[in-house]
Every structure is written in C-alpha cells, then in structure tokens.
Design a protein around this ligand. Structure first.
Ligand SMILES: Nc1ncnc2c1ncn2[C@@H]1O[C@H](COP(=O)(O)OP(=O)(O)O)[C@@H](O)[C@H]1O
Ligand SMILES: [Mg+2]
Length: 247
C-alpha cells in the first residue's frame, strides 16, 4: 500500500464528518471516492493532504506516519492534489502555468532579467507535461481563454508537475459540460496511467467512476458504506438505494 488510512476521525463541533474510516491505496491504483453532498469526501482528502488534522486515527504514506505532518511535508513526500475550484494564473499562458510549479520543485527563482524560455530544462519538462495532457496546442494561450474542461486538465497538470506518487483529485469534472466530462477524464486518467502513479479521485458520476477506476470507495455520513470493484459496488443494494437512488 502506498497510502493507508486507519480508523480516521474528524469531528467539527458535534458533527463527526469522518467517522472511523479505514482503507488503502496500492501503487498504480486509481480509486474513486463517491458519496452524496456532505458525505465527507472533501474532508477526507483534506485530512490526507494535511489541510486538516484528524481528531483520531492514523495516516501512513509509503510506510511513514504522516498523520500530523504539514501539507508542505506531504507534498515533498509525494502527495499532490487539485481542488474542486481550479487555481490557475488566469492571465499567464498555459506554458507559464505549468512552469510555475516546476520552478518551485527545483527550488529555482525566475530572474526578472531572463525570459522563462531561457530556463531550457524547465521549459522542456513543461512542454512534455503539456503534451501528456493534450494541451500543447494551447501552450501560448492565456489560461483564461481555455474551456472549463481544459482549465480542469491544466489544474491537474500543475499538480502533476510536482511529481507526486499519489494524486488527490477533488471532482476533476465538476463544472465541465456533460458531453466533455468523458474526454476530460480520459486525458487525466491516461496521463496518470502512463506515469504509473496512484490516484484518489472524488467523483459523483457513477458512469465515469466505473470506466476509469480500479476500485471504488463509497462514503456515507462519514463512514465507508461499500468498497470494491466498480461493477460489484454498483450491485450493492445499500449503495443503489442510498447513493444511486435506484430501487
Ligand atoms: N470546516 C468545517 N467546519 C464545520 N463543518 C464542516 C467543515 N468542513 C466540512 N464540514 C461539514 O462536514 C460534512 C462533510 O463535508 P464535506 O467533506 O465537504 O462533504 P463532501 O465533500 O462529501 O460534499 C458536512 O456536513 C459539512 O457541512
Ligand atoms: Mg466536496
């Protein structure tokens, strides 16, 4: 297991948003996290990325106890994330958006006297990432001119540029038009598979989940309701009634 979560709990006042959650993610495995609004999905991702500290339980990453490690430490160890709302530099070009995390990763500071293009290694790596995410043709466009789907892909590409071993993606297709959702997920998942990294993807569209994930984790009121292969989870009676609304 690259990630192990053990009996995790997060209490907000009297509400147990996460209530005794245990699961693991293997190397190269893509796990989807599904559940209704308010089920605890974002809280769980925040606990894994370190933006929140649990009230009980343990989190191990690569065998290391990271339960109370800072978000920065976790990024260094190889946990990357994207957010439900994208965080792009809207005025900057697509290429510059991807170069930014690369400058950070290499601990380089861009001189105002030199153009970013003169940082040849960083530029080459950024272009490789844009090709991997099918954004190369847009490299010189300002990020604000991208479609909603392309913005989501760019956001994931930026998290990817930090070379994570595990990517946490919070609803990578939210806000994307329905007919674009599959192509956005296709692009993101192909890049993840190609690089052989692990991912935990929050998603509420079951069709998307069954196409792209090795395993599905269903969370309901802070607890794991079901977990397993997509086809098995979709046959689970409780999941069908509670989450999918099928009688
Ligand atoms: N910072 C917070 N303070 C208090 N309650 C919170 C906080 N964050 C989330 N919650 C509550 O925890 C529950 C789970 O929220 P969340 O993890 O955002 O759900 P999801 O992402 O599955 O929609 C909700 O009832 C939400 O209102
Ligand atoms: Mg959420």
């Amino acid at each position: 297991m690259i990630l192990s979560v053990e009996k995790l709990e997060k209490q907000f006042g009297s509400l147990k948003a996460i209530d005794g959650v245990s699961f693991g993610i293997r190397e190269r495995e893509i796990v989807s996290l599904i559940g209704s609004n308010g089920a605890g999905k974002t809280t769980l991702v925040n606990l894994i990325s370190g933006y929140l500290k649990p009230t009980a339980g343990r989190i191990f990453f690569g065998g290391k106890d990271i339960t109370y490690a800072s978000p920065f430490k976790r990024i260094k160890l190889g946990i990357g994330r994207s957010f439900q709302i994208v965080h792009l530099f809207e005025e900057a070009t697509v290429l510059d958006n991807v170069r930014t995390p690369l400058f950070a990763r290499y601990g380089r500071i861009k001189s105002i006297l030199w153009s970013a293009d003169s940082y040849v290694d960083i530029t080459r790596e950024a272009i490789g990432i844009l090709k991997l995410f099918n954004l190369y043709d847009k490299k010189d466009s300002p990020a604000k001119e991208l479609s909603e789907g392309e913005k989501k892909i760019l956001d994931v590409a930026m998290a990817f540029a930090l070379k994570p071993k595990l990517l946490l993606l919070d609803e990578p297709t939210s806000g994307v038009a329905t007919h674009d959702k599959f192509s956005v997920m296709n692009t993101i998942v192909s890049a993840i598979r190609k690089e052989g990294i692990s991912a935990l993807i929050i998603e509420h569209d079951m069709d998307i989940v069954s196409n792209y994930s090795d395993n599905v984790l269903v969370i309901h009121e802070g607890r794991i309701m079901a977990e397993g292969k997509p086809e098995d989870v979709m046959q689970n009676k409780e999941v069908r009634e509670t989450i999918l609304g099928i009688q």
